[in-house]
Design a protein around this ligand. Structure first.
Ligand SMILES: Nc1ncnc2c1ncn2[C@@H]1O[C@H](COP(=O)(O)OP(=O)(O)OP(=O)(O)O)[C@@H](O)[C@H]1O
Ligand SMILES: [Mg+2]
Length: 246
């Protein structure tokens, strides 16, 4: 397959020694990780390890208490969510968080709320409908009435409508049938080949390591292991603790 031209290569995101939490509870301890342009990186870890908390910190939804977050070398540690969207980071949150009483089409357009290139936004909306034809059929329906798989397509589409260089997806497959997960994974591979970097949190570690180039293992708020997806898939500790394999 030929690679389509990419208008802006994805930004490089680097987290160095990040700590974050909620109130008196510290959840992230000294998290250091990076995502290069065009990469797919997975964050793997048990329930409560801090994966979603990291994504919230990296998208400006909760404050970074110490350490730094840089995008293309620029310090964004104190940036507001809109600044991070402008810097090319889009976040598809755990649970999808669609506007359930708004139409599918309006949910998708919400992803473009910071853009003023109306003609291009309209063209991107058509691209989302081409990528996920069911969303075109359902475009006037309230998002709250979509099936789980359709909601995830809508949430990913909304993220892409910001034209990010890096898409962060929290729990791609949760609650979805294997066939839908395959379809979503295929779409993500295609847009990654076109240049989009992806940071993925995924309960199904086998699926995550199949999709990702590299991964970081987070345990109780700390990065305990990192490496190529191939190396981690053959690491006995990872296989036993996270893949249910001997
Ligand atoms: N809004 C919040 N207020 C207080 N504590 C929170 C809040 N959100 C998360 N936590 C706590 O932070 C810790 C990490 O939660 P987080 O949601 O980041 O984990 P996770 O790795 O995404 O887990 P899961 O795989 O279950 O989604 C947990 O102990 C959780 O109880
Ligand atoms: Mg989570």
């Amino acid at each position: 397959m030929s690679t389509p031209s990419v208008p802006t290569p994805g930004p490089k995101l680097a987290a160095k020694g990040i700590t974050a939490g909620y109130g008196d509870v510290q959840v992230l301890w000294d998290i250091t990780l990076d995502i290069a342009p065009g990469e797919i990186v997975a964050i793997v870890g048990s329930n409560g390890a801090g994966k979603s908390t990291f994504m919230r910190a990296a998208s400006g939804l909760i404050p970074i208490r110490s350490g730094s977050l840089t995008i293309d070398g620029l310090d964004m540690s104190r940036a507001a969510p809109a600044d991070l969207v402008r810097a090319g980071i889009a976040h598809v949150p755990e649970g999808r968080r669609l506007f359930s009483a708004m139409s599918v089409r309006d949910n998708l357009l919400m992803g473009a709320y910071l853009r003023d290139d109306k003609a291009e936004v309209a063209a991107d909306l058509e691209r989302m409908f081409a990528m996920f034809p069911i969303l075109k059929e359902r475009q006037s329906q309230d998002a709250g009435t979509l099936s789980g798989g359709e909601q995830q397509m809508c949430a990913i589409g909304r993220g892409l409508m910001a034209r990010p260089g890096l898409l962060m997806i929290d729990e791609l497959s949760l609650g979805l049938a294997p066939r839908i997960v395959e379809e979503l994974s295929d779409r993500l591979r295609e847009i990654n080949r076109a240049g989009l970097a992806i940071l993925l949190v995924e309960q199904d570690v086998i699926a995550a390591l199949e999709l990702a180039h590299r991964a970081f293992v987070v345990d109780r708020g700390r990065v305990t292991l990192s490496g190529t997806a191939a190396a981690l898939s053959s690491n006995p500790a990872v296989r036993e603790a996270y893949m249910g394999l001997a």
